[in-house]
Write a protein that binds this ligand. Structure first.
Ligand SMILES: [Zn+2]
Length: 75
């Protein structure tokens, strides 16, 4: 199985190791944001993509999540 974002070998959840890390950070940060702001998952993801401080990996994951219309899939 390939990573849904790049074409490296994927493990858990369809992400490679690097993108899985980025994904986990995105979800974790959203939990923190949600407590402070009224922000939807989609709005949050757009913010991640637009933020110049967002790392390349996280940006790719956020773009993928927006495109795929993924619901907040927090385990
Ligand atoms: Zn990847």
């Amino acid at each position: 199985m390939k990573c849904v974002v790049c074409s490296r070998d994927a493990g858990e959840k369809g992400y490679c190791e690097l993108h899985l890390k980025a994904y986990e950070n995105i979800v974790k940060n959203y939990d923190a944001w949600k407590k402070a702001l009224e922000i939807s998952w989609k709005e949050y993801l757009s913010g991640v993509v637009k933020n110049p401080l967002t790392g390349e990996w996280a940006k790719e994951v956020a773009e993928y999540l927006i495109k795929s219309g993924d619901k907040e899939s927090v385990a």
